[in-house]
Design a protein around this ligand. Structure first.
Ligand code: ZN
Ligand code: ZN
Ligand code: FE
Length: 761
C-alpha cells in the first residue's frame, strides 16, 4: 500500500543564491520523488516539499549534506505544511519583500567546465571571454540590489538569445538561472582602443592585446572588480616605465601567469600554496622567489617574495594563453594613480589612465562595485589574509552570538567597513587608504551598497578614537544612531577574538604602526588584557617622540635619531653611525632640537616605528616609498640562524601598567654595529629578542591574572618571522595562541573588531 504524502516547508539560509542552489534542490527533489516548489526569497531559499515521510527525510538530508560547491548553508528550518497535491516539482520565480538574511555570493573564478568549452573550437562559446555558469562568474561586483536576479545586475541590458534563454530556463542545464549567462550572439563583448578611446580595427582584440603586450606596451585591461594595468613582466624597460607613469616607485607589482608550470619557473610553490592559487577566489599568493629568473628586477625590488595569481576570468585566460604569448607572467597591478581607488568605468579609465596605459582592452559589462585583488600567504601552517577583497567579500565572518545591526567604519589605512546581522559580520572588500576624496566617496558608496544588498539598517555605529580620520568624521555625521568610539588596538584584538569564536578574557598582543590611544598618544606596541568591551593596557613600549609626526613614518632615519637621543642620557654627538652620514648635518640638527624640545613630535609606543628605526640605524633604508617598507626590508634581511639575544627590561608604571624600556635593546644593537656584526645577524637577533621579551611578559601576566590565552593582531604581524616565532614560543610555553586566518591582521580587520565591541554596548 502506498504511504500517504505529507507536506513540509523548508527554509534554507546562507550563501544559497547565485550558486546553483535551486537546480540542485530541483534535481534532489526528483531523485527522492518529491513534488512541490522551490523559490528564492529575500530571506533565503524557500521549499515546499510533498512526499512520503521517508522520502522527505532523505531529501532534507541530501540537501544539507551535499550542497553545491559554492553554497554555504548557515541555517535550515522546517515545519509541517498542508499537502497541496502538487504533481511535479517546480522552480518558481523570486520574490522580494521581507528582511533579507540571504547571503550574496562573492565573485567566482571561471570553472573547469566553462574553460573546457571556451577552448573547444566546436563550442558555440569558443573563445568567448564572458562564458560563465551557475558555478562560476561575476556576482558581488555586478549586483545592485536583492534578490539576486538578472534585472538587479549589470547584465540587465543584455537580452538573452533563444539558445541562452533555453539554457537559462532548463533545470537540467548547468546554466539554469545563471544570471550572467551570455554568449557571443547576445552578451557583452570586448573592444581594444588606443589611449584616446578610438577602437582599433582588429578581428581578435584579445590576441592583438597580447601582441601589444609582447611588444612592450602597457595595456589597461578591464577585469572583474576593476581595471588592471598589464605589462610583460619579463621586460624591465616596460615595468620601469609603468612605475614612472603610475608614480609607484618600489612597492611590489602583482603577477599573473597562465598556469602553475609557468609560476614554478620563477617562484617556489608548495602543495598548499598551489591549492591556494587554485581556489575559486583566485587571490594573489605571496610565493618565495626563485633566483635568478626571467622576471624583471623592478617587479618586486628588495623582496624575497612575488605576489602571484592565476587568471580569474575567461578573459584573463584567453589573454595569458594567447598564441601571441603565452606569457611567463604579466604584471597585473590595480589600475589607479597611487593611492586612488581602482578604476572600474570605461570613460573614467580613459580619463584617469590616459597617461599611464598605451592601449585599453575594455568591455561593456558594467562593474557596479569595485573590488581589488585579494592578497594571501601561508605562514605557520595557515592562510593569512593581507588584503581581503575580490572572491572573499561579502562572505561573512560567523560570530558566536547574535548581534544588533552595527556598522563599523574601520580606521584610515587599508580601510574596510563591516555590517552585522544576526550572527554574521559582513566585512566589505578593501576600500583603500582614506586619505583623499575619491577613496572617501568609495567608502561612502560601499556603506550604502552593502546596507542595500544586505538589507541592514544599523542601529549602532562604531568608529575609531582618532578624531581626524575621515571614517570617524563620517560616523559622527550620521544622525539617529548610537555612536560608539572604539580604541584601535582594542579593536585589533577583538577582531582576532571574533574570528576565532572565543569567549572570555585573553591577553592581546597588538603590534602595529599607528593607532590613536586613549591618552592621545600614538600607540602600537601594546600588551592588553581584553574581555568584550573592557580593555586594560597591561604593558607598552616606552614612549618615544616622532619628530615631524607623519614625516617620521616616511623618513625612518628620524626615528633612529629619536631613539639615539632618548634612549641614552648623553647621546654622543660624534657617534659614527653609517646612517648619520647620509643625513644633512643641518637637517639632523633641526630634528634633534625638535626631539629635545618636543616640538611637533607626538609621542608613540609603536612597534612599527621601532622596526623602521632599527632599519634606519642599520642603514637599510632612510626613506620609504610605501608604508612598512623599511620594516619589511629589515625582516627580509634577517638571518634566522643568528644566535644571541639583546638584553631587555620593563618597569612598572601607574596602576598595573608596565613600560618596556628600549635602551637595553638599542644598546645591544649599537654595540653589535660598532663591532662590525653583519646586518642580517643584527636583524635576526632583534626579531628573536622581541619574541623572547613578549613571551616573558605574557608569562608574568599569566602569573598575575591566570590568563593562558594569547591573541595576536596588528599590521606588524604581517612579519612572518615575528608571527611564526611568537606562535612557536608562546605555544612552547604552554599558552593557547589565537591568530588571524580569515581577516587581515592589519587595519583591514579593524572594522570587525569595532562591531563586536560596539555590539556589547
Ligand atoms: Zn562555469
Ligand atoms: Zn546568447
Ligand atoms: Fe592598526
Amino acid at each position: 500500500m502506498k504511504e500517504p504524502s505529507v507536506g513540509k516547508g523548508i527554509r534554507i539560509n546562507g550563501i544559497v543564491q547565485g550558486v546553483g542552489f535551486r537546480p540542485f534542490v530541483y534535481q534532489t527533489a526528483r531523485k527522492h520523488h518529491i513534488t512541490g516548489t522551490v523559490a528564492n526569497t529575500s530571506s533565503g531559499v524557500l521549499i515546499h516539499a510533498e512526499g512520503t515521510p521517508e522520502n522527505i527525510r532523505a531529501f532534507e538530508q541530501n540537501l544539507t549534506e551535499t550542497p553545491p560547491p559554492l553554497a554555504h548553508i548557515t541555517d535550515v528550518r522546517s515545519h509541517s505544511e498542508p499537502v497541496r497535491g502538487d504533481d511535479i516539482f517546480a522552480i518558481i520565480g523570486s520574490s522580494g519583500g521581507e528582511t533579507a538574511a540571504t547571503l550574496i555570493s562573492p565573485d567566482v573564478s571561471v570553472c573547469a567546465d566553462c574553460l573546457r568549452e571556451m577552448f573547444d573550437p566546436g563550442d558555440r562559446r569558443y573563445g568567448y571571454p564572458f562564458i560563465n555558469c551557475t558555478n562560476c562568474g561575476p556576482r558581488y561586483t555586478i549586483i545592485n540590489d536583492i534578490p539576486y536576479d538578472r534585472p538587479k545586475t549589470s547584465m540587465e541590458v543584455f537580452r538573452m538569445c533563444p539558445a541562452c534563454q533555453a539554457e537559462y530556463d532548463s533545470p537540467e542545464d548547468r546554466r539554469f538561472h545563471a544570471q550572467p549567462n551570455a554568449c557571443p550572439v547576445c552578451g557583452p563583448s570586448v573592444t581594444l582602443c588606443d589611449r584616446s578611446g578610438r577602437p582599433l580595427e582588429t578581428g581578435d582584440p584579445v590576441r592583438e592585446t597580447a601582441r601589444l603586450l609582447k611588444a612592450g606596451h602597457v595595456v589597461a585591461v578591464k577585469g572583474l572588480g576593476g581595471f588592471h594595468l598589464a605589462a610583460n613582466a619579463e621586460n624591465a624597460d616596460t615595468v620601469r616605465r609603468l612605475r614612472e607613469r603610475k608614480r609607484r616607485e618600489e612597492k611590489p607589482f602583482a603577477l599573473m601567469s597562465p598556469d602553475l608550470a609557468h609560476i614554478r619557473r620563477y617562484a617556489e610553490v608548495t602543495d598548499e600554496e598551489a591549492e591556494l592559487l587554485n581556489t575559486f577566489q583566485r587571490p594573489i599568493v605571496l610565493l618565495k622567489k626563485r633566483e635568478p629568473s626571467a622576471i624583471a628586477g623592478p617587479v618586486a625590488p628588495g623582496n624575497r617574495y612575488f605576489g602571484v595569481m592565476l587568471p580569474c576570468t575567461p578573459l584573463h585566460y584567453l589573454l595569458l594563453q594567447s598564441e601571441e604569448g603565452p606569457f611567463t607572467a604579466l604584471v597585473m597591478t590595480s589600475a589607479n594613480l597611487s593611492e586612488e581607488p581602482i578604476v572600474i568605468d570605461n570613460a573614467e579609465a580613459f580619463r584617469r589612465l590616459g597617461d599611464i596605459a598605451d592601449y585599453f582592452l575594455i568591455h561593456n559589462r558594467e562593474i557596479y562595485l569595485r573590488s581589488d585583488d585579494s592578497i594571501v600567504r601561508r605562514v605557520s601552517g595557515a592562510v593569512r589574509s593581507i588584503r581581503r577583497s575580490r572572491g572573499y567579500a561579502p562572505m561573512p565572518v560567523f560570530l558566536r552570538s547574535e548581534m544588533p545591526p552595527v556598522l563599523g567604519c574601520g580606521a584610515e589605512l587599508k580601510s574596510t567597513i563591516c555590517l552585522t546581522k544576526g550572527r554574521n559580520a559582513f566585512l566589505s572588500q578593501h576600500i583603500g587608504d582614506l586619505e583623499n576624496l575619491d577613496t572617501y566617496n568609495f567608502f561612502r558608496m560601499t556603506v550604502e551598497h552593502l546596507k542595500r544588498i544586505l538589507a541592514i539598517t544599523p542601529e549602532i555605529i562604531a568608529h575609531d578614537l582618532h578624531p581626524d580620520y575621515l571614517s570617524t568624521r563620517y560616523a559622527l555625521e550620521q544622525e539617529g544612531v548610537q555612536k560608539v568610539p572604539v580604541q584601535h588596538h582594542h579593536a585589533h584584538i577583538a577582531s582576532v577574538v571574533a574570528e576565532n569564536g572565543l569567549h572570555g578574557p585573553v591577553i592581546g598582543l597588538a603590534f602595529d604602526g599607528t593607532g590613536y590611544g586613549s591618552d592621545g598618544a600614538i600607540w602600537g606596541g601594546e600588551v592588553l588584557t581584553v574581555e568584550g568591551k573592557t580593555c586594560h593596557r597591561a604593558a607598552h613600549l616606552q614612549y618615544m617622540p616622532m619628530p615631524g609626526g607623519a614625516a617620521a613614518i616616511k623618513e625612518p632615519w628620524r626615528m633612529a635619531a629619536a631613539y639615539l637621543e632618548e634612549a641614552f642620557d648623553d647621546p654622543p654627538d660624534d657617534m659614527d653611525l653609517p646612517f648619520l652620514r647620509t643625513v644633512e648635518p643641518e637637517k639632523l640638527r633641526i630634528i634633534r632640537s625638535m626631539i629635545r624640545k618636543r616640538l611637533n613630535a607626538p609621542m608613540t609606543s609603536s612597534l612599527g616605528r621601532l622596526f623602521d628605526g632599527v632599519a634606519a640605524l642599520l642603514d637599510i633604508r632612510q626613506r620609504v616609498t610605501f608604508e612598512g617598507q623599511a620594516a619589511m626590508e629589515l625582516e627580509m634581511m634577517a638571518d634566522l640562524d643568528a644566535e644571541g639575544l639583546y638584553p631587555y627590561e620593563w618597569r612598572t608604571i601607574g596602576e598595573n601598567g608596565r613600560e618596556i624600556l628600549l635602551r637595553p635593546v638599542l644598546t645591544g644593537i649599537l654595540s653589535d654595529l660598532r663591532n662590525g656584526v653583519s646586518t642580517p645577524v643584527i636583524s635576526g637577533r632583534f626579531h628573536r629578542t622581541l619574541i623572547h621579551l613578549f613571551t616573558d611578559l605574557c608569562g608574568t601576566l599569566k602569573q598575575e591574572t591566570g590568563l593562558n590565552r594569547v591573541a595576536l593582531s596588528g599590521g606588524v604581524f604581517q612579519n612572518a618571522i615575528l608571527l611564526e616565532g611568537m606562535i612557536r614560543s608562546l605555544t612552547g610555553n604552554g599558552f593557547e595562541v589565537f591568530t588571524h586566518t580569515q581577516v587581515p591582521a592589519n587595519d583591514g580587520g579593524i572594522a570587525l573588531g569595532q562591531v563586536v565591541i560596539a555590539g556589547c554596548h
